[in-house]
Ligand binder design. Structure first.
Ligand SMILES: Nc1ncnc2c1ncn2[C@@H]1O[C@H](COP(=O)(O)OP(=O)(O)O)[C@@H](O)[C@H]1O
Ligand SMILES: [Mg+2]
Length: 492
């Protein structure tokens, strides 16, 4: 069942129930009022008759005749009198039905000794009556007041029938209006659905919904468009990435193929070609590894986090890279704190930065690594407050990075300057994904005295160590650390 039919169905059910209850209770109220009115009328007549009888001293015959001559019955009422067991007088007004011809009824009425009221069936339906007996010296008579109850009830039935018809018309109208309104409200949702269907059928991500108004449906459409924007961007990025990767891998493949095709029979020539091919294959291997790392970085579970001692990490990176070349190696500073991070990935990022630094420097140049906890302005708070952040850096005394390249060198397959080295331009992209996977970022600036300074900034997600004497590790972070600055350690 469609949403529209469901909405209208429920609405019609509720409206029908409400109308049904109101018609039924109107019927009940009108009926009970009618009963009251008839009873009231009969007892009024009795009252009036009693007063009349009390006011005049005359024979029963004269009393009954006199009363009838001064009392004209209402529309649905009739009066007649009984004297000594026989019908005596009728009113002038023609009754709706002749009750006095009913012998059995007259005999019963004539026998009444005290005022009573009851009802009887006639050709005009139910008749409610009251019999008011009078007794004289030697005469017995009675006044009979009859109300044609079913005639009065007919008015009630007519009124309730009219009400029911109106209610039915209202129900149909409400259903129609509900159907139209539901259609109008649901139309944009249908449009969203159709667009979504179209997109999944045709893979056309450029389509957008036309957003109108400011209601929930417009918000849904906007969210949907927003999602499409992101999807389109993600697909475009992925396509470019695959394109770039393809191009990048084609170069070594062409080189390998060319060399193999031209390879002669000379053993020396062969050995040279094989060395070259192996070298190219190694380069391809590294590119594929880097691509895999970047692909993994986009998936959850990229990091396997643990308790990392920053001082240890900083020093161990330097120990590993010292073999990369004869440089002036230095540890600037070490942060005496522990963070919750992926030790392997952080080491990989720092090694990548150091490898770049080695590539851009000459023997004897300075390459330094360091780590510290720094107070960084809290952008979210806007009150100038600061938050402690961990910084890991690598700096060198090479040529540095030109200001216009400082953003873009972190992109994939971006290389700047001469292409004499073998990198594919993925190194800094990997560093960036590792920083971002940790909720941090990486930037490059100019090193004091020339050269490049690459800084990875991470949230200071500290590891709570079992405190000795109640002092938590938090106490050891912050400005206190800067006292370490003087203890610069030089390793050559
Ligand atoms: N320490 C550095 N000094 C100067 N330029 C650098 C340094 N590190 C990286 N770069 C520049 O950034 C570019 C991108 O680096 P990277 O992503 O590691 O790719 P690759 O090393 O394969 O060229 C490099 O081509 C280089 O021009
Ligand atoms: Mg590199």
């Amino acid at each position: 069942m469609s949403a529209r039919a469901r909405i209208v169905g429920w609405m019609a059910l509720v409206v029908a129930l409400a109308l049904g209850v109101s018609v039924f209770s109107t019927w009940q109220i009108l009926l009970s009022r009618l009963d009251n009115r008839v009873n009231q009328e009969l007892s009024n007549e009795a009252e009036k008759f009693k007063k009349y009888a009390d006011s005049a001293v005359q024979s029963v015959d004269e009393l009954l005749q006199g009363y009838l001559s001064v009392n004209v019955p209402d529309g649905y009422e009739t009066l007649f009198t009984i004297l000594d067991g026989e019908v005596h007088h009728l009113t002038f007004a023609e009754p709706l039905a002749y009750l006095h011809t009913n012998r059995a009824l007259i005999t019963e009425l004539a026998a009444a000794t005290k005022p009573t009221s009851s009802e009887v069936h006639s050709s005009e339906g139910i008749v409610r009556y009251a019999v008011l007996p009078v007794r004289g010296d030697n005469q017995r008579g009675a006044l009979v007041v009859a109300v044609f109850y079913d005639h009065l009830k007919k008015d009630v039935v007519d009124a309730v029938r009219a009400l029911s018809v109106t209610a039915l018309v209202a129900l149909v109208l409400a259903g129609l209006v509900g159907w139209l309104v539901a259609g109008q409200v649901l139309a944009p949702i249908r449009l969203v659905r159709q667009t979504a269907e179209h997109i999944s059928d045709s893979s056309d991500l450029t389509r957008r919904l036309n957003v109108q108004g400011n209601d929930d449906v417009a918000a849904l459409a906007r969210t949907f468009n927003h999602m499409l924007n992101r999807l389109e961007r993600a697909f475009a990025t992925q396509r470019d990435f695959v394109n770039d990767a393809g191009h990048e891998l084609r170069t070594p493949l062409t080189v390998v193929r060319g060399h193999l095709e031209l390879m002669g029979d000379d053993p020396a020539d062969r050995a040279e070609t094989i060395a070259l091919v192996i070298d190219e294959l190694g380069r391809m291997n590294r590119i594929v590894d880097d691509l895999l790392t970047l692909a993994k970085a986009e998936q959850p579970g990229f990091l396997s986090t643990e308790d990392v001692e920053l001082a240890d990490l900083t020093v161990s990176v330097l120990a590993k890279v010292r073999t990369l070349g004869p440089r002036t190696w230095r540890v600037d500073e070490v942060a005496d704190t522990r963070i919750w991070a992926d030790r392997q990935r952080l080491t990989q990022a720092l090694m990548q930065l150091v490898a770049n630094a080695v590539r851009h420097t000459s023997p004897g140049d300075l390459i330094a690594v360091g780590s510290a906890v720094r107070q960084v302005k809290n952008e979210a708070a806007r009150d100038g407050s600061t938050v402690p952040m961990v910084e890991l850096w690598v700096r060198d005394s090479g040529p540095g990075v030109a200001p216009e390249d400082r953003e873009r060198i972190f992109g994939r397959f971006v290389r700047v300057g001469s292409r004499k080295h073998e990198g594919a331009g993925l190194g800094l992209a990997i560093v960036k994904s590792i920083a971002e996977a940790h909720g941090g970022w990486v930037r490059v600036e100019e090193n004091k005295g020339g050269g490049a300074l690459f800084v990875i900034t991470l949230m200071h997600r500290e590891v709570e160590t079992p405190s000795e004497g109640g002092s938590a590790t938090t106490d050891r972070t912050g400005p206190l650390l800067f006292s370490d600055r003087d203890s610069t350690q030089e390793v050559v």
